[in-house]
Design a protein around this ligand. Structure first.
Ligand code: F6R
Length: 609
């Protein structure tokens, strides 16, 4: 939700800031802006729309300066417009500020500032902050920021420049991510490390309620009370080349096709060929006191929540622990029963999702140990959990999650096996048999991908349908929800996912001869039940699209379109059946000419409630 970048150094800041914003555009893309400090004047350029619009404008009026800040917006308060775009300024245009997050008490602060004579121009919550800084400024921007922070409620990351303070950026955070890039003769600040990586691998993850003053060659970090704090500089290992499209037309298709190698790499790391156990060494699982755990609660949002649902089936099956799955936005505001034998598992690709992070804090406040499954190392949830299992999906740039979902399911499967072994419930022969099948998954995923033309034909046939229904049972029920989510968020076609057994309790009323129903029907315990539900759709002339196990002739006879996946252990089938669902959403969306990597209204990292 909004990306912020700042640069202070010796080079022209505009191209550096724009390159950083390009890396952060996944966080929001309804408007963008930049402010450059040159001597004691500040030049601001803002534009509605994607970053490309700002870029074109900058070709005509290129602001000069070696200190600057930039922003790419996902609107919360106020429509996407030039006046609501960041940076925002005070009454005298002496301060320029970019913000990611939400200021909850902005109405009351705005009134207070209006009463003091401040003039507001935008509809945003952000504008109060820059006026507060103006109000609190007496020659020291860092002090003015700290005083202002003490008045704010909500979540924020800021970067601000001042006309009277050359070669200086002040930044602060509380609840929204912010990383400082420590360069050579320059310093940067950004919403995530990808935006500073072209300049430095040395970073400081700013803590909540801390602020930093960046000069070209120095940085000073303070807590909210104004005490100086020693910055903890870390080296990051990300690769910039992993963040490019590598010849693919979109990030999404690149990421879909990366799934077999991702699974192979994770297996190599977690169960090397000579190993008989799962290696979770880096995760510090011993800090969780797993021996006394009698119950698991999972907290996550969106696609990560669908992965949690698959994880519930795994942990119940292999480790015989009861599991509850909650969407984080509900978990945090109800009164969950958490006892000291409850393990809370938080799942998040970005590690920054505001609701999931709040769930982690709430669970810990109530005394639970929290294990997180995270993709982005160093993210807020990573840092605030008792233990973290990295899912190792690599950078996921497309807004719609694909490979991170697969990596989360895989991590949960391995965790369930690990717990099953630890609890003495999974005998070695059974464990070995499952792992043997698991090692075949990358090859089987590849053969699903090799068959992508079949999915493309299906997309072509049905891309004009206004509605879709997705059905699945057991391990594939969460995939039905995930398939529907992928299609609706990318193609804007209305789609619903449903447990196949639940269909007759309502959704079946939707079925007619125009309604495509995607049925996940791989071989397994519930296959026959799935077939019965498909018959019910057929009897009402619904259009059946099946994802079924190779060689299944029954499906070919009954369905309009069949997409085959190789045979596997039924618990592993979601890793195969999800690929056609991802491809279907991708092809339908590209056939409609829509922006598959940056769908409307969305952002990848949801750092507001
Ligand atoms: C959908 C999607 C979202 C995310 C959700 C949680 O394709 O990507 O539903 O899964 O916003 O994000 P993370 O996993 O970063 O917490």
């Amino acid at each position: 939700m909004c990306g912020i970048v700042g640069y202070v150094g010796k080079e022209q800041a505009t191209p550096i800031i724009i390159e950083g914003l390009r890396r952060l555009e996944y966080r929001g893309y309804d408007s963008a802006g930049i402010a450059l400090l040159n001597a004691s004047s500040i030049h601001v350029v803002k534009e509605v729309g994607k970053l490309s619009a700002l870029r074109s404008r900058l070709q005509k009026e290129s602001p000069v300066g070696t200190t600057g800040i930039g922003h790419t917006r996902w609107a919360t308060h106020g429509v996407p417009s030039e006046v609501n775009a960041h940076p925002h300024h005070d009454c005298t245009r002496s301060f320029m500020l970019v913000h990611n997050g939400i200021i909850e008490n902005y109405t009351e602060l705005r009134q207070e500032l209006l009463d003091k004579g401040h003039r507001f121009v935008s509809e945003t919550d952000t504008e109060v902050v820059v006026h507060l800084i103006e109000e609190n400024y007496s020659g020291d921007l860092l002090r003015a920021m700290l005083s202002s922070m003490r008045r704010l409620k909500g979540a924020y990351a800021f970067a601000v420049i001042a006309a009277h303070e050359p070669d200086t950026i002040v930044a602060a955070r509380c609840g929204s991510p912010l990383v400082v890039g420590v360069g050579n003769g320059c310093n940067l600040v950004a919403s995530d490390a990808s935006a500073v990586l072209s300049h430095t691998r040395r970073v400081v993850y700013l803590e909540d309620n801390h602020a930093v003053r960046l000069g070209r060659d120095n940085l000073v970090v303070c807590d909210i009370a104004g005490n100086e704090v020693e910055p903890n500089v870390k080296e990051i290992t990300l690769n910039l080349s992993d963040m490019e499209k590598a010849g693919h037309p979109h990030f999404m298709i690149k990421e879909i096709f990366e799934q077999p190698s991702l699974v192979a790499d994770v297996l190599m790391r977690r169960i090397p060929p000579t190993s008989r156990e799962i290696d979770f060494q880096e995760a510090r699982l011993q800090t969780l006191g797993l021996d006394r755990i009698r119950r698991v609660m999972m907290v996550s949002c969106g696609t990560a929540c669908h992965a949690s649902m698959v994880g519930k089936y795994y942990i119940e099956e292999f480790a015989r622990l009861p599991v509850e799955v909650d969407v984080a936005s509900e978990f945090r505001y109800r009164n969950p029963v958490i006892t000291d034998d409850t393990l809370v598992i938080a799942i998040s690709q970005s590690g920054e999702t505001a609701d999931t992070l709040a769930g982690v804090r709430e669970a810990r406040r109530r005394g639970a140990k929290v294990l997180s499954l995270i993709n982005v190392e160093g993210s807020s949830i990573d840092r605030e959990s008792d233990a973290t299992l990295y899912v190792y999906a690599g950078p996921e740039i497309a807004v719609a999650s694909t490979k991170a979902y697969t990596a989360q399911i895989l991590a949960l499967f391995l965790l369930a096996l690990f717990l099953g072994r630890k609890r003495g419930l999974l005998e070695e022969p059974h464990f070995r048999e499952v792992v043997k099948e698991l090692r075949l998954i990358p090859g089987k995923m590849q053969s699903v991908l090799d068959n992508h033309e079949v999915v493309k034909i299906c997309a072509h046939k049905f891309s004009d349908a206004p509605n879709f229904l997705y059905l699945g049972r057991s391990y594939n029920y969460p995939n039905a929800l995930e398939g529907a989510l992928k299609l609706k968020e990318l193609s804007y076609i209305h789609a619903e996912g449903c447990g196949a057994g639940e269909m007759k309790h309502g959704p079946i009323a939707l079925i007619d001869d125009t309604f495509p129903v995607v049925c996940l029907a791989p071989a397994g315990r519930v296959y026959e039940k799935m077939v019965s539900n498909m018959q019910e759709i057929r009897a009402r002339r619904g259009i059946l699209i099946a994802i079924a196990t190779e060689g299944n002739k029954e499906m070919a006879a009954q369905c309009e379109h069949v997409i085959s996946v190789p045979h596997t252990h039924e618990a592993l089938s979601p890793l195969l059946t999800v690929i056609p669902l991802q491809l279907l959403a991708y092809y339908v969306t590209t056939m409609k000419g829509l922006d598959v990597d940056q769908p409307r209204n969305l952002a990848k990292s949801v750092t507001v409630e």
